[in-house]
Design a protein around this ligand. Structure first.
Ligand code: UGA
Length: 456
């Protein structure tokens, strides 16, 4: 764990310790709370879900995130991190309040901000002195201003004269490496409206300031836009390489080498140029839709983003077609699926390509055997509607035993080290669909597999 590297700084900055409340003990809130405690702050994580809070107090972490459990345990033990359901006390006792609640997608692609405004109202209800209120949740441009207005209106109605600041401080955490991303970010983005708010925020992130991490200090709207533009750009980049991969297949090019050749141009970079079955997760699908809607609402259509959303859905369908067109009739065939989470090192299946692909394969008559190192619990209920055709297995070898084909949908590194000779022996057929390009075509063909990657 790299989280223990800065004890000297923690002691130094601990002297400047701020009392912080993080509202929302979900994925972002919990990582934020635990990491701010690591920075030397005194943090209360609050959530209305009593069972979750009680579980956290007993060291039960509701999500799978490498490094988080150790951090929570350490700081809970040292009383730097606490968990509560009492928002009144939490607001009263802290000067800095992070809002990190859920912002689900609405049917029209917009963002449901009801939880964010509920927290704003709660803060206004219990505010007892100057506070800095920070939006960490991913929210459309203009939300920080609306949060400010919501609180001001309530205070005005109650004739309360208390000053407060609203700050937009988006997160850039990737699931699976969120702790490390928080502790060692590429940049800190601060949308602020006063020098005093900037000063406190610089103290909160003081350890990073001390480590030379760049701070972008700007207005609220720009900070909010940076988050959406960054996620949409990455989604476009993945979609671009997915489409190039599809073309590579037709013209005899190898997308892996194409991506490597492109990535060596430092203006392009090799990151996020791995083709696959389509991007998933709770962020790219949601944020691209929200940004596209903001564009439509402002009469500035973001055509590239709109097209990316469509192309990503098409990519998942192409994967089904690729299996079907090569294997033929899938009735009575068994496919051993390795990986169902939207990416490795997480148990999260939100918008995972596996949701669409497995359903499509079952519709075409296939039976599925699944193994995922972390996804079974979520997979059990997400595939409940096709449960008669989906069996969960306890390891990769069980999942492929007597199957007609192997299908890799998530690039868990343990799959890279599978005993391929044994697998070949155990399989009934010899189809190998590697939709994360984990293996080398020639080596796989030499072992007797009919190998299909993406774009090669
Ligand atoms: C993403 C961003 O990377 C974070 O910076 C951001 O903070 C986060 O969303 C968020 O908004 O909270 P995350 O969704 O955790 O993080 O996952 P990524 O690692 O970005 O992967 C997203 C999807 O893209 C996955 O399905 C992954 O398999 C796919 N992907 C990624 C590719 O298909 N190819 C690539 O080259 C990279």
């Amino acid at each position: 764990m790299k989280t223990l590297e800065w004890p000297k700084f923690i002691i130094k900055w601990g002297q400047l310790m701020h009392k912080i409340t993080v509202v929302g003990a979900g994925y972002v809130g919990l990582v934020t709370g635990a990491c701010l405690a690591e920075f030397g702050m005194k943090v209360a994580c609050i959530d209305k879900n009593t069972a979750k809070i009680n579980g956290l107090k007993k060291g039960k972490i509701p999500i799978y995130e490498p490094g988080l459990e150790e951090l929570v345990e350490k700081h809970y033990y040292h009383k730097r991190l606490n968990f509560t359901t009492n928002i009144k006390n939490a607001v009263e006792e802290s000067e800095v309040i992070f809002i990190a609640v859920d912002t689900p997608t609405k049917e029209d692609g917009g963002v449901d901000l009801s939880s964010v405004f509920q927290v704003a109202e709660d803060i206004a209800k219990y505010i007892n002195g100057n506070k800095i209120i920070i939006n960490k949740s991913t929210v459309p441009v203009g939300t920080a201003q609306k949060v400010k207005q919501t609180i001001s209106d309530i205070l005005l109605k109650k004739n309360i004269n208390i000053t407060f600041d609203v700050v937009a401080n988006p997160e850039f955490l990737r699931e699976g490496s969120a702790v490390n991303d928080f502790l060692k970010p590429d940049r800190i983005v601060l949308g602020v409206e006063s020098k005093s708010a900037e000063k406190v925020m610089r103290e909160v992130y003081g350890v990073l300031d001390g480590h030379g991490i760049p701070f972008i200090v700007t207005n609220l709207e720009t900070a909010e836009m940076i988050k959406y533009a960054a996620n949409a750009f990455l989604a476009i980049k993945i979609t671009f390489i997915n489409e190039v991969a599809n073309l590579c297949e037709k013209v005899g090019a190898d997308v892996k080498i194409v991506a490597a050749g492109m990535g060596m141009d430092h203006r392009i970079s090799p990151e996020f140029l791995q083709p696959g079955p389509g991007y998933g997760g709770s962020c790219f699908p949601k944020d691209t839709k929200a940004l596209a809607k903001t564009g439509r609402d402002n009469n500035v259509p973001l055509t590239l983003v709109e097209q990316t959303i469509t192309a990503n859905e098409v990519q998942k369908q192409r994967m089904i077609e690729k299996i079907y067109s090569n294997m033929g009739n899938l009735k009575g065939k068994t496919i051993g699926v390795l990986g169902i989470t939207y990416k490795p090192e997480t148990d999260d299946m939100r918008e995972a390509p596996s949701l669409v692909i497995l359903e499509g394969l079952v519709q075409k008559g296939a039976s599925i055997k699944v193994y995922d190192p972390a996804g079974e619990k979520e997979g059990q209920w997400r595939f409940n509607h096709i449960k008669n055709n989906v069996v969960f297995c306890s390891n990769e070898y069980d999942a492929i035993k007597e199957a007609d084909a192997i299908l890799i949908l998530t690039d868990w590194s343990q799959f890279k080290h599978m005993n391929l000779d044994y697998i070949k022996d155990q399989l009934r057929g010899n189809y190998f669909f590697d939709f994360r390009n984990m293996f080398d075509r020639k080596a796989m063909e030499a072992k007797g597999f009919q190998y299909y990657g993406v774009g090669r």
